[in-house]
Design a protein around this ligand. Structure first.
Ligand SMILES: Nc1ncnc2c1ncn2[C@@H]1O[C@H](COP(=O)(O)OP(=O)(O)OP(=O)(O)O)[C@@H](O)[C@H]1O
Ligand SMILES: [Mg+2]
Length: 258
């Protein structure tokens, strides 16, 4: 079978133990930030039960072409902001609820990963579903060379769940290297008070987990009021009124690519 992952240099899994901490936001904007720094990047949405990437990249109305090559299907990814992307949300109808059991989900994910014609990529970023489950196991077995970023928010509950996710990557069965921690929604700076920082969800969770896991804290991303609306309308953080969030993603790319 054709191996479309052959020319992909680095694979980054964006994971967390807890839902809603910003994996899809970080994964999407990391992929876009990489292209802005001159790297070629792809973005695979591995959250089969709640795909977000069609929305965050603003490609919900697009459908990938599927070509039959001998007995195999080759899926042509959709491109946006220079990022090649694939998501089950681009293939299924929006209203179709997905009720597969684990083995079926793993099979579908494997097809999205292996049948998509990624071409030459410096980075393939993978937006993971929340928690620790079948999808993580499948991906780690298919992609032993991948490295994981753990996204947390500063609150203790998210740190505890981040620790669980990290422990899963470190098990013998999975054994994926952890590239580092990204702390999201770290602080809030009001536009009118640019010198102030409010730590709405607590302070220091990212540093604490990074120390404990002996890995770097790759970024602290501020909570910014227009990010939610930008994500919902397919715009990236690079269209934000806040320079702080743009700088945070630029720093993240810098740390990852050096
Ligand atoms: N730094 C930020 N500032 C403001 N809002 C943010 C930030 N990061 C994420 N959000 C918002 O928080 C919500 C959750 O983010 P997102 O969907 O990226 O999380 P997730 O971890 O992928 O969730 P799930 O576990 O459901 O997949 C979204 O509405 C998103 O726009
Ligand atoms: Mg998500």
């Amino acid at each position: 079978m054709a191996n479309y992952l052959d020319k992909v240099k680095h694979i980054i899994l964006v994971a967390s133990g807890k839902g809603g901490v910003g994996k899809s936001t970080v994964a999407t904007n990391l992929a876009v930030a990489l292209t802005r720094e001159g790297f070629s990047a792809g973005l695979l949405d591995a959250d089969l039960y709640g795909p977000s990437v069609p929305l965050t990249l603003g490609v919900s109305d697009q459908h990938p072409q599927v070509e039959k090559k001998e007995e195999e299907e080759a899926i042509i990814p959709i491109s946006r902001y220079g990022v090649k992307t694939m998501s089950l949300g681009l293939i299924m109808k929006k209203e179709d609820a997905i009720i597969w059991r684990g083995p079926m989900a793993s099979k579908v994910l494997t097809q999205l990963l292996e049948n998509t014609v990624w071409g030459e990529l410096d980075y393939l970023v993978i937006d993971m579903p929340p928690g620790t489950g079948d999808i993580c196991i499948t991906l780690s077995q298919k992609l032993p060379q991948a490295k994981a970023i753990i996204v947390i928010t500063p609150q203790q509950m998210a740190v505890a769940d981040g620790r669980k996710a990290a422990n899963m990557f470190k098990t013998e069965k999975i054994d994926i290297e952890i590239l580092g921690i990204v702390e999201n929604m770290s602080w809030f700076t009001p536009e009118k008070h640019p010198d102030e920082k409010y730590y709405l969800f607590g302070n220091g969770g990212g540093i604490e987990l990074a120390k404990e896991l002996r890995c770097p804290l790759l970024a602290e991303i501020p909570l910014v009021s227009d990010v939610c609306e930008l994500g919902d309308t397919g715009k990236t953080v690079f269209a934000s009124n806040s320079k702080l969030i743009v700088q945070a993603f630029e720093k993240l790319v810098n740390k990852i690519s050096k």
